[in-house]
Design a protein around this ligand. Structure first.
Ligand SMILES: Nc1ncnc2c1ncn2[C@@H]1O[C@H](COP(=O)(O)OP(=O)(O)OP(=O)(O)O)[C@@H](O)[C@H]1O
Ligand SMILES: [Mg+2]
Length: 397
């Protein structure tokens, strides 16, 4: 069918034409926003899940809910080897600008800009190089607020001040942190500490995190009370009805339907993983000759979708691994053949490779850092990418 009208959107962070199966989470977040704005006690949220399950698009949808309520919103993506201070300063600055123009007292707004500047200037010089953003230039940096150099203290003061500004306007401020597992443990602890303090003050500021499945564990390890601070929400594969909706609703807007056996086959292939739903949906649409889309169309499209995923979704990640890391993943995949690609024990991986476990630590740590695997339960690891084990078992090189 006409590829120009193809509604599907495979791609990292690509807004899906129909955000299926996330109503409960969005509803919950809407309540959170109302409660926080009203100064009621409330836990923030942390989304965790495998690659491509839709954490980023859910985070963005939550951000839209905050924007609809005229909140200031800030979003950052944590990166390994990069501190949070400067990205937070930059994003909070943008959030303040979103709301500040409605504020009646320009001196208060300037005072906050000065605090932001002081906060940003505490970042390491080498971090500021290469960052295009400049702290507000028209105000002097304040002194003695958010500039101690201790991230937790400084964040607490910065959050307090920007939350006060938002409260003057009857709204709040939301900070969204994507790929949160990539933040250094000390910085995670600082964010939790500041969030804890802010929630005790009932200040209208929420921090919403998203990251890989081990993020909740990383947060708890950084601060013992993290579990009470956040509501942990697992973002997972879509159940059958939601996966069908993700395919059918966008097609219906183009007067296109699916036969039931086509939907059966698509669910079998995608397992309900949102990225795969978009990827198979897209290729199937192009392959189909007419509405309704039939199972034969899915069968024709299947290999092509698989080939595209092998290059873009799986291959691009595989290429980032070193030879030793690839061996490690191959061993995981071989073991996974017997465990439906659930977590495998690191001792078994070592056994498969006939190596001592300690000698494999660099490969394991490298893969965790690259976000390809995560430490599941004690002494075991799993792929962060759905179907990655199957991909490795079937590739012919
Ligand atoms: N609820 C949903 N319904 C339909 N499609 C979805 C849904 N959620 C996500 N998608 C689609 O899945 C793909 C992956 O989404 P997204 O980039 O948000 O995943 P992610 O969990 O952030 O992945 P990563 O861990 O790689 O960052 C996108 O193409 C998006 O359009
Ligand atoms: Mg993402």
């Amino acid at each position: 069918m006409d590829p120009v009208r193809n509604p599907y959107a495979p791609g990292a962070g690509q807004r899906p034409p129909e955000l299926a199966g996330r109503d409960r989470e969005l509803q919950q977040f809407a309540v959170t926003l109302e409660r926080v704005a009203a100064g009621r006690p409330e836990r923030s949220m942390v989304l965790s899940g495998l690659r491509g399950v839709g954490k980023t698009v859910l985070l963005n949808a939550m951000r839209s809910l905050a924007v609809q309520r005229a909140w200031g919103t800030a979003k950052i993506e944590a990166r390994p080897e990069q501190g949070l201070r400067l990205p937070i300063a930059q994003a909070v600055h943008a959030a303040v600008r979103e709301v500040a123009h409605r504020h009646r007292d320009p001196d208060r707004v300037d005072a906050i800009a000065g605090v932001l500047k002081a906060f940003a200037f505490r970042s390491r010089l080498e971090e500021r190089k290469g960052v295009r953003w400049q702290p507000p230039t028209d105000v002097p940096a304040s002194k003695g607020r958010a500039d101690s150099g201790d991230l937790e203290l400084d964040l607490t003061e910065l959050f307090t001040d920007v939350a006060d500004l938002a409260r003057d306007l009857g709204v709040g401020l939301a900070l969204f942190v994507d790929e949160m597992q990539d933040a250094a443990p000390a910085e995670l602890a600082a964010v939790c500490g500041a969030g804890h303090e802010i929630s005790q003050q009932r200040a209208p500021l929420v921090v919403v995190g998203a990251g890989l499945p081990h993020l909740p564990v990383a947060l708890s390890a950084s601060k013992s009370y993290a579990e009470r601070l956040f509501r942990y929400v697992r973002v997972d594969r879509l159940p059958r009805d939601a996966a069908d909706r993700a395919l059918m609703v966008p097609a219906a807007t183009e007067q296109v339907g699916f036969s039931v056996d086509a939907l059966d086959e698509l669910y079998r292939l995608t397992d309900g993983y949102p990225y795969f739903v978009q990827a198979y949906g897209k290729v199937t649409w192009d392959a189909a000759l007419a509405s309704p889309i039939r199972v034969q169309d899915v069968r024709v499209a299947g290999p092509e979708a698989e080939a595209e995923l092998a290059i873009g979704f799986f291959g691009a990640r595989y290429e980032r691994a070193t030879p030793a890391e690839r061996d490690y993943m191959r061993a995981m995949a071989d073991l996974g053949a017997r465990t439906a690609d659930g977590p495998v024990s690191t001792a078994d991986v070592a056994g498969t490779l006939a190596r001592r476990p300690q000698s494999l630590s660099p490969a394991r740590d490298g893969l965790i850092k690259k976000g390809l695997i995560y430490a599941a339960e004690r002494g075991s690891v799993a792929f962060t990418v759905p179907h990655f084990g199957k991909f490795l078992r079937t590739r012919h090189v």
